[in-house]
Design a protein around this ligand. Structure first.
Ligand SMILES: Cc1ncc(COP(=O)(O)O)c(C=O)c1O
Length: 259
């Protein structure tokens, strides 16, 4: 499925083009979202659109949510009942894009390597197109033989993955770093809170060797188990809490899609 919608016109993704003068390209100046389609139905679309509107407002980027909504309806009507990712973005040049992408294949469990990262305060609550740093952290982790990065502040506070929120079981408690540490307000993270007793807790580098379990969550992965961090194996992957959370989020998704 090679479908996109650009400024309201459905077309093949491979031939849809935007100007090289667009500051979305030149400076990564723009906002984006990735939602998941289940048999052609977008999950948590309102939450994605709300976050996109907030991102645009914070970035001082004009965005007409009604137009984005209309784009989605047109693209989904053309696509049919597909299981894919729906990427939406709006650039500083004013281009509005919706793009269908395959769900990436991933290994059943993953190894993480820590990478130092300082979130840019001014970009709090902006899911911007400037993801070069996040993508670099993944490559740096892969150079160390891991599958993905675990971002830590220069002072050693655990943050998130480059494209996912981080959960861990420490001393029997399901915990995740606080939003006040300038991580993304992940929609899947909110779903985990809705179905479990997870709570926010600051985690540091020193906690990592003591974790019972860890997993990443995002729109594209309900609970992706982590089997090692910086070469140290975790006791279980998937552990019981990862299984439980993965199943509970899956059921929540089914219930919300059916409602
Ligand atoms: C930095 C970052 N954290 C967390 C997430 C997970 O967010 P969500 O659950 O809304 O997909 C993403 C998703 O792209 C992300 O880029």
């Amino acid at each position: 499925m090679d479908l996109a919608i650009l400024d309201g016109t459905v077309q093949p993704a491979s031939t849809a083009t935007i100007s090289i003068l667009d500051e979305g390209l030149l400076r990564g100046d723009g906002v984006f979202e990735v939602a998941r389609l289940y048999a052609g139905v977008p999950y948590a679309l309102e939450e994605h659109l709300e976050r996109m509107a907030r991102s645009a407002e914070n970035l001082r980027l004009p965005l007409d949510v009604a137009q984005v909504r209309a784009d989605i309806a047109a693209l989904l009507a053309a696509a049919g009942p597909v299981d894919m990712a729906l990427r939406l973005f709006v650039t500083r040049g004013g281009r509005r894009v919706g793009l269908l992408e395959p769900i990436p294949e991933r290994p059943a469990t993953i190894a993480l390597a820590t990478v130092a990262f300082a979130p840019s305060r001014v970009m709090d609550a902006v899911k911007s197109l400037s993801y070069g740093a996040n993508m670099l952290t993944r490559r740096l982790a892969q150079e160390q033989g891991a599958d993905d990065a675990l971002l830590l502040t220069p002072h050693g506070r655990v943050l998130e993955g480059p494209t996912a929120a981080f959960f861990a079981v420490l001393g029997g408690e399901l915990v995740t770093p606080p939003l006040s540490d300038h991580i993304l307000d992940s929609i899947t993270r909110r779903k985990v809170f809705a179905v479990s007793d997870a709570r926010e807790q600051v985690l540091t580098r020193d906690d990592l060797p003591h974790l019972d379990e860890a997993f990443l969550v995002s729109t594209l992965q309900n609970a992706h188990p982590v089997h090692a961090i910086d070469g140290t194996a975790l006791p279980a992957a998937p552990g019981p809490r990862a299984r439980e959370v993965g199943a509970a989020v899956g059921e929540l998704i089914e219930r919300e899609l059916a409602a």
